[in-house]
Design a protein around this ligand. Sequence first.
Ligand SMILES: Nc1nc2c(c(=O)[nH]1)N[C@H]1C(S)=C(S)[C@@H](COP(=O)(O)OP(=O)(O)OC[C@H]3O[C@@H](n4cnc5c(=O)[nH]c(N)nc54)[C@H](O)[C@@H]3O)O[C@H]1N2
Ligand SMILES: Nc1nc2c(c(=O)[nH]1)N[C@H]1C(S)=C(S)[C@@H](COP(=O)(O)OP(=O)(O)OC[C@H]3O[C@@H](n4cnc5c(=O)[nH]c(N)nc54)[C@H](O)[C@@H]3O)O[C@H]1N2
Ligand code: SF4
Ligand SMILES: [Mo]
Length: 735
Amino acid sequence: MMKLPAIKLPAMTLREWAGPLTADLVREPAKFGLGQVPSHLMPDATTTAVCGFCSTGCGLKVHLKDGAAVNLTPDPDYPVNLGAACPKGWEALSVLDAPDRARMPLLHGKEVDWDTALRYFCDKMRGVLDEHGPEAAAYLSTGQIMFEEMAYLGALAKFGMGMIHGDGNTRQCMATAVTAYKESFGFDAPPFTYADFEESDVLVFIGANPCIAHPIMWQRVLRNKRQPEIIVVDPRTTETAMAATQHYAIKPKSDLTLLYGLAHLIIRDGGVDTSFVEQHTSGFDDFQRFLADFHPARVSQETGISVHRLVHFAQTIISGTPRVSFWWTMGVNQGHQATRTAQAIINLALMTGNIGKPGTGANSITGQCNAMGSRLFSNTTNLLGGHDFRNPRHREKVAAATGIPVDRIPDRPSMAYDQILKAADEGKVKALWFVATNPSHSWIDQNEINRILDKLDFVVVQDMYCTTETAKRAHLVLPAAGWGEKEGCFINSERRIGYSPKVHRAPGQALADFHIFRLIAHYWGCDDLFRAWSSPEAVFRVLQRCTEDQPCDITGINGHEMLRKSGGVQWPLTRAQSSKFEVSSWKERRLFEDGQFFTPDKRAKFVFDAPEAAPEQCSNEYPLILITGRGTSAQWHTETRTGKSAVLAKMIPEELMLDLNAQDAARLGVRDGMMVRVVSKRAELTVKARLTTTVSPGEVFLPMHDSRVNQLTHASYDPHSRQPSYKHSAVRVEK
Ligand SMILES: Nc1nc2c(c(=O)[nH]1)N[C@H]1C(S)=C(S)[C@@H](COP(=O)(O)OP(=O)(O)OC[C@H]3O[C@@H](n4cnc5c(=O)[nH]c(N)nc54)[C@H](O)[C@@H]3O)O[C@H]1N2
Ligand SMILES: Nc1nc2c(c(=O)[nH]1)N[C@H]1C(S)=C(S)[C@@H](COP(=O)(O)OP(=O)(O)OC[C@H]3O[C@@H](n4cnc5c(=O)[nH]c(N)nc54)[C@H](O)[C@@H]3O)O[C@H]1N2
Ligand code: SF4
Ligand SMILES: [Mo]
């Protein structure tokens, strides 16, 4: 038999291989070169901003000299981060000066002036829409521009230019949570506030790796003084799993069975909060009958967790009726039964009465800085303000609030992202307009999307950088200003609306997305419709009117100024609330304190379905499951931004590494550091093997940040949310 290669302890190997641990970076940023002030540039003024990377939404103090940013530091007074920031936040300014910033519009790769670019854009788009109808052109938006901009895009494309379809990269990310909440609570309403991290007795993280992906949320967990149990459900032994008190390394995509198994044990062992269930929920009896089959022996067999440990997990949630909060991210949202899995988490919170109280909740952590803004204001699946395109009363209301004639509002929602791409493949969609997203790298089964993009009549990419994989395939590139080069608002994971100012000049002729949309409205000839949409703040006011009487009502916010002064405001804030509240009481608010949900009967619903096997299973030819996700706290998605920082470059592995369990490596004769081929039915890549115990035998892991990884992934989707299942593809590894 082959000798097993020597393995070091996982914590050590992670530190050696993946660079410094996030916790060190947060504690001692200067040691890693973060936040250095250039000595010749001593700032003369300071303003505050909200970070434009992840959905934590940290407050940053931006230090200015002669009105321009020279440096930044985390804001100690902002209620989110309380003076901490992760490496990306610290480096937010330096990535703005990269040499590959888009400075001029590019038409077929050649620089042109804005007038030429905008005429071309309007001629081409109008040509497609006139000749082939309103379904022939679509836009694909983002969770990474300000929501005033995002709303302008959605309104311009649909109400102004007459498109029916537009989706966004939030489909890749948040569609599952949206669908799950809507069905269970009656509205897409994450109930929590970050104080819940500090106020729980038990925190359960399912398919979430906050140490890497939301490091400052993790800092909030570390502030918890209740000596909490921290439970992590993740097939991999992540940094977060290492820091947890209990780690359940389940078989990939067996979460639904696990969660039903826990519900079964909670009922068996008398852990149900019957009074909450009777007063505030519906469907529990059917759920209870359904759970009868999920006895521990079966659940143990299907998840790989022993019966003894399942019982311990269930007991941790119920014994002594602790405050339990449940947190989930992409390990749940990206799956073939993602919506039901998210709802199985919601069901656990409901049946144990863990909602609407400090330290509780069924809490979806969002991803991008403004993913929550896109859920309310992107005008893609929902009509502005969480309304329904199909509902004539909603169309009337939004028409009145926006001043747009009602007959310009489509009476149906957009197709989902994958359906738009399918229609493009079938020749029904001829033109696509991408704004602040890079799907040639990030979309599932990448060779397919690239094949489809190459057939289109017209591809427009509006981005900060002209070198993105998608921009390289575009007929027209529109150069955009980025975070810090324009103003507007983001909504973070806890529903907090924060304002970010302009502190840096955009390069060349790059323009704020907001101004690009205004110019397009003008060149298209529909600027009359948007007369009231003259500035981000004016759009903010329009959007406030759209939210009136919705669960996300923000009519009580007195403009951008109030957001700047108050450390951000969580939705809702109605006029009535705002006249009644003191500023100090806005700092932290959670939903459902009165047990009233947004469904017609005000009860939260138990929703469930039988578990099914993932579509692509292992075979003799492809015996390993490929999991993908975030690599380090210094890398952001397709690396267009973070890849430009010399400081961040020192914190990441030099090349793409495949995490491979030592047992599998021994069987394959692969040694640590050897180059191997990873082969799926769709493609093969050559990468460096990293032998580790952080993945189980039979599983391998690749970070999503390398542009090749999505060549391997198998395209399947949750049927309810149509979110791609990025984390379950069959592969083999060859020497
Ligand atoms: N540094 C950094 N931070 C980021 C981002 C970034 O690119 N870089 N992106 C932001 C965005 S948009 C998002 S959406 C979030 C994502 O934040 P996370 O969801 O926390 O990150 P991921 O690494 O994609 O996935 C989380 C975990 O799911 C696990 N997982 C895989 N399959 C399964 C499964 O079947 N069951 C369970 N229970 N777990 C599984 C993976 O092993 C992984 O550790 O991060 C945000 N923050
Ligand atoms: N295999 C695998 N693939 C995944 C995932 C996974 O876990 N595994 N996760 C998925 C998830 S959760 C997500 S959110 C997606 C992210 O996928 P993408 O959205 O494609 O990733 P980003 O690199 O964030 O792309 C954002 C783009 O917007 C540009 N940009 C930034 N700011 C601005 C701005 O203000 N204006 C304009 N116009 N452009 C701007 C950036 O330069 C960049 O090109 O990836 C998904 N893909
Ligand atoms: S945790 Fe997220 S919001 Fe905070 S500094 Fe890092 S990237 Fe920015
Ligand atoms: Mo995401």
